[in-house]
Design a protein around this ligand. Structure first.
Ligand code: SF4
Length: 97
């Protein structure tokens, strides 16, 4: 910030722009593999945008908030998570300020 005040993570995220693909999620989880391998617990813990949550044993995915950082892929057991970049024109646009 230019006025000398510290910015928070949420304040920085608020300046980013998200074009949401209402028709297609770019993230799909295999519920059984997420549960049996511990992937669900790990992706909830590491995602900086809070995309993943758990309710009644199911992993919920708020893909619209994804920052496209790839961290969840790094901790997921192969096959438990299918992640691709959003289709052209969709996803996050980062801004400075
Ligand atoms: Fe979260 Fe990053 Fe994975 Fe998107 S790519 S769901 S922001 S960890």
């Amino acid at each position: 910030m230019t006025n000398g005040t510290k910015s928070t993570v949420s304040a920085r995220l608020a300046v980013d722009r998200f074009e949401i693909d209402e028709e297609q999620s770019h993230i799909v989880v295999d519920q059984e593999l997420c549960r049996s391998t511990g992937t669900g617990r790990r992706i909830i813990a590491v995602c900086p945008a809070g995309v993943y949550s758990e309710k009644d044993g199911e992993i919920l995915v708020d893909y619209a908030a994804c920052l496209e950082c790839g961290t969840c892929l790094a901790v997921a057991t192969p096959g438990a998570l299918t992640w691709t970049y959003p289709r052209g024109g969709f996803g996050v646009t980062f801004r400075q300020g």
